[in-house]
Design a binder for this molecule. Structure first.
Ligand code: PLP
Length: 400
């Protein structure tokens, strides 16, 4: 039957992580004591030097349209960032800026996918990848990466998932939702496979680059010379600089793709906010001191959360080196019943029962493409985390 809503939109679902935050907010509004461990953003404030740069931009009248895919000043700062932090050489025409990392990835998919093109999405994945691929007319090919391989890609499995229709593989390290971090060696092994398949491009989502622990050495696949010409590296200021609300993300890569992405932007959103762009310049060129301090604080929280989770019967949790998420297994609780007599058959049952009985909001692993797990975001205060882990623990003990 005729519908006002497009067929392509019917293929996708609203973001399940946003759905959990909404449900938690509703329960809170109804007077329930709720702790949300679902949010994908740092709890820290945007640093003052960055705020000041934005205020200066407003006062200076930096309030008009800018170049569609980023101001020359911001592109220059991004070129310098890639040189300084990743030892990568780009020119400004290899850089595009959009309204957040999410927007940039969306543009990349819209700019490159034809009906039936395949995109390899390793699971557990960030919830938006498969749906963006679908919206752009492509076909997500889910490559499962379980806890036995620390949720990382097995290169032999990757090779099996490549077909003549494969256009992209998406890499995300440190990972949302697992926190998994790919070492230089891990990336070298993936590159060995991709070198044999020159038609496959790589979208590297590096948004958590600066949230790593214990001296983990960040490495990105564009640093492999033989692949650089078919790597689009996406990054942004949201997570590193606590600027999620400012909406600035960027990408570096082949000129033809960058140009095509700008073309989409020219007919859709135009430039990202002029004020946010000025703030992002300061984020990239100003002091970087707080990045380490904040990572130390995230690491303390991770250590606490991982230990507390592993002390619970039926829950098992790896100790990842980055991002601000852990992805514990709840498989040991399946088959048990909660105090209302509901049997936990799937991770969604566990997550729902935990929210209703203990007021703790987490997200089910199946939302990220791997059943039997849940994601905890520890980007919240230690006080909240202590309270939350006590409640999760007594909830799990109450099951029988
Ligand atoms: N990529 C990953 C893996 C993320 O977790 C997020 C944010 O949650 C993004 C990209 C998008 O970030 P932004 O807020 O810049 O759109």
């Amino acid at each position: 039957s005729m519908s006002i809503i497009s067929d392509s939109l019917k293929k996708i679902k609203p973001s399940p992580t946003i759905a959990v935050s909404t449900k938690a907010r509703e329960l809170k509004a109804a007077g329930k004591d709720v702790i949300g461990l679902g949010a994908g953003e740092p709890d820290f404030d945007t640093p003052d030097n960055i705020k000041k740069a934005a205020i200066k931009a407003i006062n200076d009248g930096d309030t008009k349209y800018t170049a569609v895919d980023g101001t020359p000043a911001l592109k220059k700062a991004i070129v310098e960032k890639f040189k300084k932090e990743n030892n990568l050489d780009y020119t400004s025409d290899q850089i595009t800026v959009g309204a957040g990392g999410k927007h940039v990835i969306y543009n990349a998919m819209m700019a490159t996918l034809n009906e039936g093109d395949e995109v390899i999405v390793p699971a557990p994945y960030w919830v938006s990848y498969p749906d963006m691929v679908l919206l752009a007319g492509g076909t997500p090919i889910i490559l499962e990466c379980d806890e036995k391989q620390e949720f990382k890609i097995n290169p032999a499995e990757l090779e099996k998932s490549i077909t003549p229709k494969t256009k992209w593989i998406i890499l995300n390290s440190p990972s949302n939702p697992t926190g998994a971090c790919y070492t230089k060696k891990d990336i070298r092994e993936i590159a060995d496979i991709l070198e044999k398949h020159p038609h496959v491009y790589v979208l590297s989502d590096d948004i958590y680059e600066h949230v790593t622990y214990e001296g983990f050495k960040f490495f990105t696949i564009a640093q492999i010379d033989t692949l650089k010409d078919r790597v689009l590296t996406m990054n942004g200021v949201s997570k590193a600089y606590s600027m999620t609300g400012w909406r600035i993300g960027y990408a570096a890569g082949p000129k033809d793709i960058i140009k095509a992405m700008g073309k989409i932007q020219s007919q859709s959103t135009s430039n990202p906010s002029s004020i946010s762009q000025a703030a992002a310049v300061e984020a990239l060129v100003g002091t970087q001191d707080f990045i380490k301090e904040r990572a130390t604080s995230f690491q303390e929280r991770r250590d606490f959360v991982v230990k507390a989770l592993n002390a619970i019967d039926g829950i098992e949790c790896l100790n990842p080196a980055g991002a601000f998420y852990v992805f514990p297994s709840c498989k040991g609780l399946m088959g048990k019943k909660d105090s209302s007599g509901n049997e936990l058959k799937r991770d969604t049952d566990f997550v729902q029962s935990l929210l209703e009985n203990s007021g703790i909001a987490v997200v089910q692993g199946s939302a990220f493409g791997l059943e039997g797990f849940f994601r905890i975001s520890y980007a919240t205060s230690m006080e909240n985390l202590k309270k939350a882990l006590e409640k999760i623990s007594s909830y799990c003990e109450s099951l029988n």
